[in-house]
Design a protein around this ligand. Structure first.
Ligand code: GDP
Length: 329
């Protein structure tokens, strides 16, 4: 661990150490509808059990997968967590379109990197351009996956050229132009570094995520703080506030300060705390900074609000909202 120089007020950093959560990766997935996101994530879930010793977890994941299917829920309606060799990869679904409310930014803000999934015949689509632009503005590390290279009408070189052009236009730094590219047939559960490589499994994609997406660097001892990035609801437990724990820890039944976007502070009580596992959620006894969690008990929580330690309530910065640009590339 190193002493941190970034993101926190000096008074806060003085006595604390930033820690690298090498057991976590947070990656957003950006794809145009039908480019194969659901199929690819399904493949990552199914293959994750190959790469771990504990077979049971893989089976559990596939069970919950089937349940989701039966209920007809899109698997990426919620975030998905995939375990790869003991590392939890949180896969964050992004809205596939431009929006004007800052929703895209807040969702992307939970991630440290992104997978841009592109159909090998269709190429990059204008609707995903806005989301990629936001991802690059937030300095997420990109990975490009050219998918469906088995299509008869695949035009890999042309699609790569369009993708390069898109990055040339949107990248904020030269570093963002040095993204890794993988070629995939999501439907067959394979990803390759070169289109003609032997088709084995999705390990090249898992490995690239591990290598390219930075592990969260967090202060676990600082007062708890998270930004509500999304909401969910079910009839049994009511409203779930979803977000990434920016710093500190959270246990069930603890008091938090809820800070509205207008700056109003109220003291409230968290009920249960969950983390993602596979397509489902599991209750946990303690959430730690770096992870993406869902919590119940804050029935009036809204997107964009901060939940934080009640003794030292400090709002997280509201994410700047810029107008979407929808012109064709
Ligand atoms: P999503 O809308 O991005 O989630 O896309 P889906 O995963 O639902 O896939 C859209 C369609 O593309 C489905 O009919 C899939 O069977 C098909 N598909 C997915 N992956 C591949 C692939 O690697 N090759 C081909 N040819 N088709 C694929």
């Amino acid at each position: 661990t190193e002493t941190s120089e970034t993101t926190m007020a000096p008074s806060e950093t003085a006595s604390h150490q930033f820690q690298e959560r090498t057991d976590i990766r947070n990656v957003a997935i950006i794809a145009h509808v039908d480019h194969g996101k659901t199929t690819l994530v399904d493949g990552l879930l199914k293959q994750s059990h190959i790469f771990r010793e504990n077979q049971q977890v893989g089976e559990l994941i596939m069970d919950s997968n089937d349940q989701e299917r039966e209920r007809g829920i899109t698997i990426l309606a919620k975030n998905t967590a995939v375990n790869y060799r003991g590392v939890k990869i949180n896969i964050i679904d992004t809205p596939g379109h431009a929006d004007f409310g800052g929703e895209v930014e807040r969702v992307l803000n939970m991630a440290d990197g992104c997978i841009l999934l592109i159909d090998a015949a269709e190429g990059p689509m204008p609707q995903t351009r806005f989301v990629l632009q936001k991802a690059l503005e937030l300095d997420l590390k990109p990975i490009v996956v050219i998918n469906k290279i088995d299509r008869k009408d695949a035009r890999i070189d042309q699609v790569m050229e369009w993708t390069q052009d898109l990055f040339l236009e949107l990248a904020k730094t030269d570093e963002q132009l040095e993204f890794p590219v993988l070629y995939a047939i999501g439907r067959n559960g394979v990803a390759m570094h070169n289109p003609n490589d032997e088709q084995v499994n999705l390990e090249p994609l898992f490995e690239t995520i591990m290598r390219v997406i930075p592990a969260p660097r967090v202060d676990l001892e600082a007062p708890f703080q998270m930004l509500v990035a999304a909401l969910d609801y079910d009839d049994y437990k009511g409203k779930y506030a979803i977000g990434r724990v920016v710093r500190g820890r959270l246990t069930p039944n603890s008091s938090v300060a809820r800070i509205t976007r207008d700056g109003d502070i109220s003291r409230q009580k968290v009920n249960l705390v969950f983390t993602n596992r596979g397509l489902g959620r599991v209750e946990i006894a303690e959430a730690q900074a770096g992870d993406i969690i869902a919590l119940t008990g804050i029935s009036d929580a809204n997107i964009g609000e901060t939940l934080t330690d009640p003794e030292t309530p400090e709002a997280l910065p509201t994410i700047a909202i810029s107008e979407p640009t929808l012109k064709m590339s």
